[in-house]
Write a protein that binds this ligand. Structure first.
Ligand SMILES: Nc1ncnc2c1ncn2[C@@H]1O[C@H](COP(=O)(O)OP(=O)(O)O)[C@@H](O)[C@H]1O
Ligand SMILES: [Mg+2]
Length: 499
């Protein structure tokens, strides 16, 4: 029997009564790419924090090349040949790339930082591993894809043989994702081993040799890439079969949103929104794709009355709403699943009931009285339909997990029954099962004639649901494609600023 490079046996991690990892076995061969998939909260990051010495297992053993090890800290793990690139980059933004890579381990003698040595070191690493970065560039002005390469070069510089990547593609453009997957393939050919945590099955199926699936802290399957597919993997992740979505053909009706030449002047001479025009018709889903930060948030704020444009006009459900307040626009027929549930969607101290009720008062009011019994029925209906985990309807929303609060707000806004709905990042932070429910409900609203403006940083979500796809780049709509022509490649290119 060959000895595995890494062998984790029967790893259990308890937090009080709760087991985040339950007797997990995991192995990694030299040069292997082993992906770990699983829904939010399945225990993936916990397992990796244990391997990287950030947490101690409650029980279980870790062996490297057959020898038992115990890492008391990340520094220990780094000495043991483990490198970890976290979900959120941990670079010094004002430092150069070279400084970031060698920091804590500077080449040369003496206390002084030897810039020339550092640059040479980084150039050497780039040549050795076939990755390109400019050692002199400052991190804060480098694209996310570049920053991630810097993180990877940093762990390679530290001598990592095993590289852990925790959800590495969340902040990348499709082109950057392709570059990352290429780099992983290239490095694994050179003998480096990877543990790749991801919830994007297409990426996993592209790059991994083996895939371990976790659910509720336990392994539900270990499969070879050749012997599996996205269906099997999602079944293992969720524990049941997922339904296929079907988007019935519709004929779009009246315009429920009209945005004409909306501009917000920026402070640096560059407009934040540059004469943006678009419309959404009844019964269609219009998706806005784009890397976040290209004006999508500002556009939604203007449409929902949270911010005022410097020029341009807006109409909702056929009425001019330019300059109106949020409340007034809502009354014209807008519902809004907000991008940031904590800022716009909920008051932390309000109960589940109060939060569910926001914006519904008028509809539920009869003869001037809110019928408490009816309201309870409606809200507990949502709790069931979306499997919202809450103690009771009187629980304060600050005790709900992010995903459960998201589901509550989605339910509330879907239920407004308005002609126009903004759905901004509607499935952020929710698991696959809830995602399926939310997508199904959005399509139901579409069929019942609501026009939906969908903004999402998940391109797969945009492509799955939209009848038309608009792409935003640097404050402008740079492309519009009907669903049939909106392929990942074409939209991805537009998102990156390509023509
Ligand atoms: N320090 C901690 N204390 C208590 N519970 C935790 C802690 N860290 C993680 N958990 C819980 O363990 C579970 C697994 O979390 P995590 O490993 O981050 O999942 P994943 O990375 O698969 O989304 C979650 O339910 C999380 O809330
Ligand atoms: Mg995680």
């Amino acid at each position: 029997m060959t000895v595995m490079l890494l062998q984790m046996d029967s790893i259990t991690k308890k937090y009080g009564e709760f087991s985040a990892n339950r007797s997990i076995d995991f192995s990694l061969a030299a040069g292997e790419v082993h992906a770990i998939v699983g829904e939010n909260g399945a225990g993936k990051t916990t397992l990796m924090r244990i391997l990287y010495g950030m947490e101690q297992p409650t029980s279980g053993t870790i062996r490297i090349n057959g020898k038992e090890v115990s890492f008391a800290s990340p520094l220990d793990a780094i000495r043991g040949g483990i490198g970890m690139v976290h979900q959120h980059f941990m670079l010094f933004p004002s430092f150069t790339i070279a400084e970031n890579i060698v920091i804590g381990n500077e080449p040369g003698t003496g206390a002084a930082f030897n810039r020339r040595e550092a640059i040479k070191t980084v150039e050497g690493l780039c040549a050795q591993y076939g990755m390109k970065v400019d050692p002199n560039a400052v991190v804060s002005s480098s694209a996310p894809g570049v920053q991630q390469r810097v993180e990877i070069l940093k762990v390679l510089y530290q001598g990592a043989e095993i590289i852990i990547l925790d959800e590495p593609t969340g902040v990348l453009t499709p082109i950057e994702v392709q570059e990352l997957l290429q780099a992983i393939k290239q490095l694994s050919k050179q003998g480096k081993s990877f543990i790749l945590i991801s919830h994007k099955l297409s990426e996993v199926l592209d790059v991994a040799d083996r895939i371990t699936v976790l659910r509720d802290g336990a392994v539900t399957g270990v499969v070879n890439k050749q012997e599996t597919d996205a269906h099997q993997l999602s079944r293992l992740m969720v524990g049941r079969e997922l339904a296929e979505l079907d988007r019935v053909p519709i004929t779009p009706g009246e315009k429920v949103l009209e945005v004409s030449d909306v501009t917000i002047n920026g402070t640096k001479g560059k407009p934040v929104l540059d004469a943006v025009s678009l419309d959404v018709r009844a019964g269609e889903i219009v998706g806005i794709a784009g890397i976040s930060g290209n004006g999508q948030s500002e556009l939604l704020q203007v449409i929902s009355g949270l911010a005022q444009a410097d020029s341009g006009r807006l109409a909702v459900a056929g009425k001019d709403v330019t300059g109106m307040s949020t409340k007034e626009i809502r009354e014209q027929g807008l519902a809004h699943i907000p991008e940031d549930r904590y800022v716009w969607g909920a008051n932390r101290t309000a109960t589940v009931m109060d939060t569910g009720l926001m914006g519904h008062q008028r509809r539920l009011q009869q003869n001037g009285f809110l019928k408490l019994k009816d309201i309870r029925k409606v809200v507990s209906g949502w709790v069931q339909k979306f499997s919202i985990k809450t103690g009771s309807l009187e629980t304060s929303t600050q005790y709900l997990s992010g995903g459960n609060l998201q589901k509550l707000i989605v339910a509330r806004e879907l239920e407004q029954g308005t002609p126009f709905l903004i759905a901004a990042e509607p499935t952020r932070g929710v698991d696959i099962g809830a995602m399926e429910t939310i997508h199904g409900e959005l399509l139901k609203r579409r069929e019942s004639g609501t026009g939906i403006l969908l903004v999402s940083s998940e391109l797969t979500e945009i492509l799955k649901l939209s009848d038309r796809v608009l792409v935003m780049y640097e404050g402008r709509i740079v492309g519009e494609l009907p669903a049939k022509e909106a392929t990942e490649e074409r939209v991805g290119l537009l998102m990156a600023g390509g023509a």
